[in-house]
Unconditional design. Structure first.
Length: 248
């Protein structure tokens, strides 16, 4: 008897933080994984090893989704080596925080190229094959900064708001092909981005969170796993916030 192949998911920014937690959660759920990373080889190999130990076939690729060519090559290599892509999760993101009056052109462009152009490049490369198969799920990682804005993050907030608009429009385009597209907007999550915060800043931020703690990457990954699963087959074009009550 031939063995049924596992579904295949691609994750950008999969070597650390929410991306790494997503790779491992999907591996536990029976997905085979391809993830890309830009520079952290050591973390990427650790995630690759851990996901493999969970029973997944894993492809870790050094690729910068800010490059259309590299994103396309990453997607093509995934389909060639692992099989048809059933889910796309876009996690890659950076920050370059400064007040607008002090912001350099590079601060703006680098954030836009990775955070917003990266989503465009990855999804564009993956969506046509998914349309031909009339199946698939796409999850983009936005942020509460993209929903509510955040001081000293006009670049980051704009990129994350753009992801929400992109995802809603995409959901309308591809719904007729059986493809779902949703966005997840995390709040304060324990990642490399929040680890650099000074303690007084952390304390102040915690006072704005109803649950009085930062979230974990695994808690965000749980929601991503739900959105790409068969339990979320009538959910598309939505923005789901994971922030412990920061907006209350």
């Amino acid at each position: 008897m031939s063995q049924v192949a596992n579904p295949v998911a691609v994750v950008s920014g999969g070597s650390r933080g929410i991306g790494a937690a997503t790779v491992l959660r999907l591996a536990r759920d029976g997905w085979d994984l391809a993830f890309c990373y830009r520079s952290d080889e050591e973390s990427a190999r650790r995630v690759e090893k851990e996901a493999g130990e969970l029973g997944a076939r894993v492809l870790a690729v050094r690729a910068d989704v800010a490059s259309a060519a590299e994103a396309k090559e990453f997607v093509q290599r995934t389909e060639d080596e692992l099989g048809p892509i059933g889910a796309v999760v876009s996690c890659a993101g950076i920050t370059r925080d400064r007040p607008l009056a002090l912001m350099q052109d590079s601060d703006w462009h680098q954030v836009m190229e990775t955070n917003l152009d990266g989503v465009f490049h990855l999804c564009r490369a993956a969506v046509y094959p998914m349309m031909k198969r009339c199946a698939g799920a796409i999850v983009t990682l936005s942020s509460v900064s993209g929903v509510y804005g955040n001081a000293s993050q006009v670049n980051y907030s704009a990129s994350k708001a753009g992801i929400i608009g992109f995802t809603k429009a995409l959901a309308k385009e591809v719904g007729r092909y059986g493809i779902r597209a949703n966005s997840v907007a995390p709040g304060m999550i324990e990642t490399d981005m929040t680890a650099v915060l000074a303690q007084p800043v952390r304390t102040r931020l915690l006072q704005s969170v109803a649950l009085r703690r930062f979230g974990t990457p695994e808690e965000v990954a749980d929601l991503v796993a739900f959105l790409v699963s068969d339990q979320a087959t009538y959910l598309t074009g939505s923005v789901l916030e994971v922030h412990g009550g920061i907006s209350l």
